[in-house]
Design a protein around this ligand. Structure first.
Ligand code: B12
Length: 452
C-alpha cells in the first residue's frame, strides 16, 4: 500500500487582538516561528514501526490548512491530532474518505474522544501508537472497514526498544529543528495537564545509547540541526540525566527541553547540562506565588511546595549559562486582577531570560476539564479549536473573562516589547560576565555564552 503520514504543524490562536500583538512583538513571533516548524515526531515514530513492504511518505498540511493533493494517491493516511486542530483534521479526513482513501486518526485528542473521532475515520487509535499502528496497517490491507485499536489492549510499549524515527522521510524539507524523545510521561499529575492523560504507563526513560543513535541519525541529514527533546519532564531522574548529558557532550549539539524546577537542586547536573549544549530549559512555574499553586499538582502538591524557592532556582540555573523560559498560567482559581503585575514583578526580580504566558485551558481528558464542566465553568463546551492556550475557554473564578483577556494583552505588551526583551537579555549576559564566588569576590568568566 501507499501510506501517507499527515502532520498539521504550526501554531493556533484565534483572539484577533492577541494575533495582532503577536505580529508586532518580536519575542512572541521569534519563538513561534521556530517551534511552528517542528516536524511530527509521533508520525515519524509510527513510520519506523510500519510493517515492511509499504511505500511511505510524510506530508505537512499547507499553511491554509488544506491537504496536499498527493494524499489522494494514498491507500491509507495517518493523521496525528491535537485538540486545537481537530476540526481541520476531521475536515481533511472527511474529504479523503469521500475520495476513497482510508484514514487513521490517533494522537492526544482522539485518544480522549474516540467516539467523536470514529465519525471521521476508518481507524481510530487510542493511546501510544507503536503497537496499534502495525495492526491498523494490517487491518487496512485486509480490507477491514472500520475498527478501533486501544494501546491498553496490546502489550505495553517498551520505549527501550523503539527504532529510530524515520527522519529520512523529511528529505529536503527546510526543517531547522528536530525533536527527539528521551522520556515519556511525568511523575507529577497537574490538574491542567493535557499530555500525560493518554499515557497509561508510568514515567519511563529511554536508554541513553538510543537517544544518541537518534541524534546522530538527525545529524546525518542536517549537520547543524537544533534538537528539542519532546519530553514532558526530562530531568526527573538526576543520575540518568547526568548520564545523558555526559553522552551529549562529545556530540557538540545545541538543545532545548522541558523539565521541572527540581533540576536546580543538583549543581553537578546543571554543570553537565550547560556543558552538553543546552540552550534553554522550559520550566512550568505556573504562578509567582505558592498560594495559587495549592492543590494544582494532585499527587504531592509538588508545585506549591517548591514555589518559595522559585527565584533562587531560576538564578541558580541561569548562573550556569542556561537560559530559563519560565511559564506562567493566567486564570488559576486564586488569580484576581493583581496577578498580572505580580508576574511582571517576578520576572523583573528574578532576571528570567524568557517568559511564556498562557491562559489556563480546559483540555478534554484533563482533570481540570471535568472539574470546570461540573462547576458549569466551561465556556462553549465542544469548541476544541479554542484549546490553543491563547484563547479563553473557561469562566475564571475571581475575575471576568474580559478582565483576564485585557490583563493578558497588557502583560503580553510589557513582556514582549523590544525593550523588555533587550533588558532581560542584557541582564542575563551581564550576570554571566560577572559571576561571584560565595564570598562575593569576582570570578573569571568561565561560563559558556548562550546565543540561541
Ligand atoms: C512538539 C510539540 C508541538 C509541535 C508539534 C509538531 C507536530 N507537528 O507534531 C508544535 C510546536 C507545532 C506544536 C503545536 C501546538 N501544540 Co504542542 N506540543 C508538542 C509537545 C512538546 C511534544 C509532542 C510530541 O512530539 N510528543 C512525542 C510523540 C512521540 O508523541 P505523540 O505525538 O503523542 O504521538 C504518539 C501517540 O499520540 C500516537 N499517535 C499520534 N498520532 C497518531 C496517529 C495515528 C494514526 C496513530 C495510530 C497513533 C498516533 O502514537 C505516537 C507514538 O506513541 C507536546 C507535549 C507532550 N509532551 O506531548 C505539546 C502539546 C502536544 N501541544 C499542545 C498544544 C496546545 C499545541 C498548540 C495548540 C499550541 C498553539 N497555540 O498553537 C499547537 C497545536 C496546533 C497544531 N499544530 O496541531 C498540547 C496539546 C493538548 C491537546 N489535547 O491538544 C500539548 C500536550 C502541550 C500542553 N501544553 O499540554 N506542539
Amino acid at each position: 500500500m501507499k501510506i501517507g503520514f499527515l502532520a498539521m504543524s504550526g501554531i493556533r490562536a484565534h483572539d484577533p487582538e492577541l494575533l495582532k500583538l503577536g505580529l508586532t512583538l518580536p519575542g512572541f513571533v521569534e519563538r513561534s516561528k521556530q517551534i511552528a516548524a517542528l516536524p511530527s515526531l509521533g508520525l515519524l515514530q509510527l513510520a519506523a514501526v510500519t510493517p515492511a513492504g509499504h511505500e511511505l511518505a510524510y506530508y505537512e498540511a499547507a499553511e491554509d490548512r488544506s491537504e496536499p493533493p498527493a494524499l489522494y494517491d494514498c491507500d491509507l493516511v495517518a493523521i496525528s491530532t491535537f485538540s486545537a486542530q481537530i476540526f481541520e483534521a476531521y475536515a481533511i479526513a472527511d474529504r479523503l474518505r469521500a475520495a476513497g482513501v482510508r484514514v487513521a486518526l490517533g494522537g492526544l485528542h482522539v485518544s480522549v474522544l474516540p467516539e467523536e473521532a470514529a465519525q471521521h475515520a476508518d481507524y481510530v487509535a487510542i493511546g501510544e501508537g507503536e503497537r496499534v499502528w502495525p495492526r491498523i496497517v494490517d487491518a487496512c490491507q485486509a480490507g477491514v472497514p472500520h475498527a478501533r485499536f486501544g494501546a491498553s489492549d496490546e502489550p505495553a510499549v517498551d520505549i527501550g526498544q523503539l527504532p529510530t524515527p524515520r527522519y529520512d522521510l523529511l528529505q529536503e524539507r527546510p526543517y531547522n529543528r528536530f525533536t527527539v524523545q528521551t522520556s515519556r510521561g511525568c511523575p507529577w499529575r497537574c490538574d491542567f495537564c493535557a499530555s500525560s492523560v493518554m499515557l497509561a504507563q508510568r514515567y519511563r526513560k529511554r536508554p541513553v545509547a538510543c537517544i544518541v543513535r537518534d541524534i546522530l541519525a538527525i545529524r546525518r541529514l542536517r549537520p547543524t540541526a537544533f534538537i528539542e527533546f519532546a519530553d514532558d519532564n526530562t530531568f526527573v531522574d538526576k543520575e540518568w540525566g547526568k548520564e545523558l548529558c555526559r553522552a551529549l557532550i562529545p556530540l557538540g549539539i545545541k538543545w532545548f527541553t522541558e523539565t521541572d524546577v527540581s533540576v536546580a537542586d543538583d549543581e553537578e547536573l546543571l554543570e553537565l547540562i550547560a556543558r552538553s549544549g543546552c540552550r534553554q530549559l522550559l520550566i512550568g512555574l505556573e504562578s509567582p506565588e505558592g498560594s495559587a499553586l495549592e492543590g494544582l499538582e494532585l499527587h504531592a502538591n509538588f508545585k506549591a511546595r517548591r514555589a518559595e524557592r522559585y527565584a533562587e532556582a531560576v538564578q541558580r540555573i541561569q548562573a550556569h549559562g542556561i537560559t530559563v523560559n519560565g511559564c506562567f498560567i493566567l486564570g488559576l482559581d486564586s488569580h484576581d486582577e493583581s496577578v498580572f503585575g505580580r508576574v511582571l514583578e517576578f520576572v523583573e526580580a528574578t532576571g528570567l531570560y524568557e517568559v511564556q504566558i498562557t491562559y489556563l485551558t480546559a483540555f478534554p481528558g484533563a482533570p481540570l476539564y471535568a472539574r470546570l464542566l461540573e462547576q458549569g465553568r466551561v465556556l462553549r463546551p465542544g469548541r476544541w479549536d479554542l484549546c490553543t492556550l491563547f484563547d479563553i475557554n473557561f469562566q475564571p473564578a475571581r475575575m471576568s473573562v474580559e478582565a483576564l483577556r485585557a490583563g493578558f494583552h497588557e502583560l503580553t505588551k510589557q513582556l514582549y516589547s523590544s525593550d523588555a526583551i533587550e533588558r532581560r537579555r542584557a541582564r542575563f549576559f551581564h550576570g554571566l560576565r560577572e559571576p561571584r564566588a560565595a564570598d562575593g569576590a569576582a570570578l573569571a568568566p568561565t561560563r559558556p555564552r548562550v546565543t540561541a
